[in-house]
Write a protein that binds this ligand. Structure first.
Ligand code: SAH
Length: 362
């Protein structure tokens, strides 16, 4: 019987960790502890990420005793697909149930340059941005690395049916990735590994609301990953109004950290700037923003606000969005306007919400 169909109370008791949480090095160490050869870990990785099997029994080149040990100690995926929706524009939204009854959302976007997945890192979020749906119920728990990896594998398996692959990943779903730093880094290593899903670092983007100490730490990881900051305001006063995290990590200190990051990694950063009607979308704000970013190796991504029923923000008129863009360009700032996808299935930026099924079902 599949574990996920059992009542929640039993699921918790029988919960085994997901093998997707292990980096190749960790799996090699586990093999050695079991008296096995480290190359067995590579074989397991091939089954998990190239052949994408769903049971240890299928790993036919492993000795039976090893397959049994793996079955006793690990599960493969702990995610169960509850809903899979496709938007008119091809965007797909997945609702997955976790082993403890919580559920999370993952989005697959179709671009000219390929398929991109937006993954979730936490059940809920505790950052409290005033425009975002993901933070409405607070933080329930962090995801384990394997629960983030499993989102990618599950979506890849759906794409396998269409002979397509996941080309890139954005860590921009529910949650603040830097608030779950250790699991995030493990996830990045697993999906980037040539024996894992082998998604190139340059095809992975991590976005943060600005947890400054973690920006310094991330700069030292030596990964060629794209890095984005949710800026949303050109002054510290305005940023505090939109994002309470700016009180703990104020804009001037954030910019210092970003400068350090650029210097250390030599990489360009992206600033996400949501346009919230009448709040931060005037030409004067564009001028202040250009001033703030002058000389920085960066790119600005303008995101027209997405409707969240509980929030009062309104859209900036199209013409004004273009005027804002032009004002930045005039100052030599690289800028693009984010194309919106999956609107009809609430899959757009900031619209994802952790469904609290655990409480509902108890
Ligand atoms: N917690 C991370 C990852 C989220 S990325 C972060 O804050 O960076 C998703 C992006 O969408 C962030 O830039 C976020 O600020 C933005 N966003 C959230 N709600 C939005 C909304 N209603 N409209 C437009 N953008 C929104």
């Amino acid at each position: 019987m599949e574990k996920t169909t059992e009542p929640i109370s039993q699921q918790v008791e029988t919960y085994l960790p997901s093998i997707y949480s292990l980096t190749l090095e960790q799996l090699q160490a586990w093999m050695v502890e079991q008296g096995e050869k480290p190359f067995r870990a590579v074989q397991v990785y091939e089954w998990l990420y190239e052949k994408r099997v769903t049971s240890f029994a299928e790993m036919t080149n492993l000795p039976k005793s090893l397959r049994e040990k793996l079955t006793e100690q690990f599960t493969i995926t702990t995610l169960k697909t509850l809903v899979q929706q496709t938007s008119k524009d091809g965007t797909m939204k997945f609702l997955f149930e976790l082993h403890d009854g919580y559920s999370i959302e993952t989005v697959l976007m179709r671009h000219d340059y390929g398929n991109s997945i937006c993954v979730t890192t936490q059940v809920g979020c505790r950052i409290g941005c005033t425009f975002c749906a993901s933070t409405l119920g607070g933080l329930k728990r962090h995801l384990e690395a394997g629960e983030i990896v499993a989102q990618v594998v599950k979506v890849q398996k759906a794409l396998d049916e269409q002979n397509e692959r996941v080309d890139s990943i954005v860590v921009m779903g529910i949650g603040e990735p830097f608030d779950n730093y250790g699991e995030l880094i493990k996830f990045l290593k697993i999906i980037n590994h040539p024996k894992g899903l082998h998604i190139g670092a340059r095809h992975i983007t991590v976005s943060t609301s600005g947890i400054i100490p973690k920006i310094y730490q991330f700069a030292e990881e030596g990964m060629q990953i794209n890095f984005a900051i949710s800026l949303h305001a050109p002054t510290t006063e305005l940023r505090t109004k939109l994002m309470p995290i700016n009180k703990a990590y104020p804009l001037p200190k954030l910019m210092e950290a970003v400068r350090y990051y650029i210097e250390k990694t030599g990489r360009r950063v992206t600033f996400e700037y949501g346009l919230f009607g009448g709040v931060n979308d005037q030409i004067e704000h564009a001028e202040q923003l250009a001033d703030l970013l002058k000389g920085l190796k960066c790119h600005v991504n303008l995101i027209p606000v997405n409707y969240v029923p509980e929030r009062n923000y309104v859209r900036t008129p199209r013409e004004q969005i273009f005027a804002f863009e032009r004002a930045l360009k005039k100052h030599g700032i690289n800028v693009t306007i984010r194309r919106e996808q999956g609107h009809d299935i609430d899959a757009a930026c900031g619209q994802l919400r952790a469904k609290e099924r655990k409480e509902e079902t108890r």
